[in-house]
Design a protein around this ligand. Structure first.
Ligand SMILES: Cc1ncc(COP(=O)(O)O)c(C=O)c1O
Length: 302
């Protein structure tokens, strides 16, 4: 049995309920964030909570908790679930109950749900993964809102085609991001990741910092017509870390095998996450500042 935090109370997971009248249920109006632990320490917790605050500000949802309060609640929830080994943490802030069922009235609730962190099949990392592309995108892409219809739809399409992820491609043929991942590729020896119309992934930020030591890095638009020029490709996310991609739709990337550049980045990430978990190192990542929040965030090291 897992213990969740729901609106001020710690409860067993099978007793975790919210109102059917909350506009997160009625309208999909809410925000969430997801992170994992290493050595039981939540990975870059302040950045994830900062992004939650930023997501809320962007969709017009008022969060009544400070960043510090949310971080403390997350740490407490993790510590109440010691049986999990490593945890996967979901932080959700709902739109709350609204008199007309549509207009947010600042009555949202905070939920923190932790589960055992699932392992992904090792062959995806040794042999590489297939991804597909979909002609879709997200409304307000800088916000991680609970309105993930396009992601659920795209992920189903990916699974039906034996792929792990679907990449959003827009009308200008730009590759933006995956349904729940960020996208990176090497063209020549330069590492490239899209800058605009994507979620600012925490793993993405970590990779950009780590990669600086080894490769030239550029944030810029990437188009589908550039796929044949890509030497190596990978996707990043809290639950996937750095996952090599060897096929996009039916097109193999270079020789269709995991290359040395991605391996180097996978190794650097794994070493860093391990060391972060043990409290030995911490990269200075860019914070997403929210108006009015900067002064009160007072984040302590997670
Ligand atoms: C749309 C989207 N892009 C990227 C990511 C990766 O973000 P992070 O590295 O912070 O997990 C996610 C995470 O779920 C996502 O939903």
């Amino acid at each position: 049995m897992d213990t969740y935090y729901i609106d001020g109370q710690f409860v067993d997971d099978d007793k975790a309920f919210i109102s059917a009248n909350d506009i997160i249920v009625l309208r999909g109006f809410g925000v969430f964030d997801f992170l994992v632990t290493y050595h039981r320490r939540p990975f870059h917790l302040e950045e994830h909570v900062g992004r939650l605050q930023n997501s809320a500000a962007r969709i017009g949802l008022h969060i009544r908790h400070t960043t510090t309060e949310i971080c403390q609640i997350v740490r407490e929830t993790v510590s109440r679930n010691p049986h999990q080994g490593e945890s996967a943490i979901r932080i959700v802030y709902t739109g709350g109950i609204s008199s007309d069922g549509l207009t947010p009235e600042g009555r949202g609730i905070l939920m923190v749900m932790v589960a055992q962190r699932p392992d992904l099949p090792p062959r995806l990392y040794t042999e590489g993964a297939k991804v597909i592309t979909v002609d879709a995108g997200r409304f307000l892409p800088a916000a991680k809102s609970t309105c993930y219809l396009s992601a659920v739809h795209a992920t189903q399409a990916a699974k039906n085609q034996g792929a792990v992820e679907a990449l959003y491609v827009d009308r200008e043929n730009r590759i933006l991001e995956g349904a729940t991942t960020n996208f990176f590729c090497f063209i020549d020896d330069r590492l490239i990741t899209p800058r605009q119309d994507v979620l600012s992934g925490v793993t993405r930020s970590v990779i950009m910092e780590l990669a600086k030591g080894f490769f030239d890095l550029e944030e810029k638009e990437i188009r589908m017509c550039e796929v044949p020029r890509m030497r190596e490709v990978f996707i990043t996310a809290s639950n996937k870390e750095v996952m090599p991609v060897v096929m996009i739709n039916d097109l193999p990337i270079a020789d269709g095998r995991v290359g040395w550049r991605v391996r180097k980045i996978m190794e650097a990430f794994s070493d860093y996450a391990d060391s972060y978990g043990q409290g030995k190192s911490r990269l200075p990542l860019p914070r997403l500042l929210i108006e009015g929040e900067a002064g009160k965030s007072g984040a302590t090291g997670s």
